[in-house]
Design a protein around this ligand. Structure first.
Ligand code: DQA
Length: 146
């Protein structure tokens, strides 16, 4: 423990394979580069970012329960779960510290099924469309909140 505030950075399905996804939509960083970028940005702000990714709804829910129990703030890219996971929404609703929803792309400028977020209504706020900078902007906002 170095005494700085921990922030969980949770990432949903397929974000581990960013290098294989459409770079015109998701940018050119692979997931490892994105993680390093987020960790470095957190250090600049005096925060400790713990970056996790899972393709499993169950594992993400377990992490959200852990965040609730430990009063940890969360920056969350739920990926495709954004659009339909009521189980994840219910877990987010039980958090005890702020959660900021982020997306690399702007889902509202894409296919219709991406226009619905079942998470936004229980998030403190949402930052979309800025690529990796969506996470950096969320960290700055989180720093102000906590
Ligand atoms: C995403 C947008 C989602 O619609 C999509 O399913 C993803 C990534 C984004 O970061 O832009 O996997 O959350």
């Amino acid at each position: 423990m170095n005494g700085t505030q921990r922030v969980l950075i949770l990432n949903g399905p397929n974000l581990d394979r960013l290098d294989l996804r459409d770079s015109t939509i998701y940018g050119s960083m692979n997931f490892q580069e994105l993680s390093a970028f987020v960790i470095a940005k957190a250090v600049e702000l005096g925060l400790t970012a713990e970056v996790r990714q899972s393709n499993s709804e169950s594992e993400i829910i377990t992490w959200l329960h852990e965040a609730a129990d430990q009063r940890l703030p969360v920056i969350f890219n739920p990926a495709a779960f954004t659009h339909y996971s009521y189980a994840i929404r219910d877990a987010v609703a039980m958090l005890t510290a702020p959660l900021i929803e982020v997306h690399l792309s702007n889902p509202l400028s894409r296919e219709e099924f991406r226009h619905t977020s079942v998470i936004s209504g229980v998030a403190k706020g949402t930052i979309t469309g800025f690529g990796a900078s969506s996470y950096a902007l969320a960290l700055s906002a989180m720093k102000e909140l906590i």
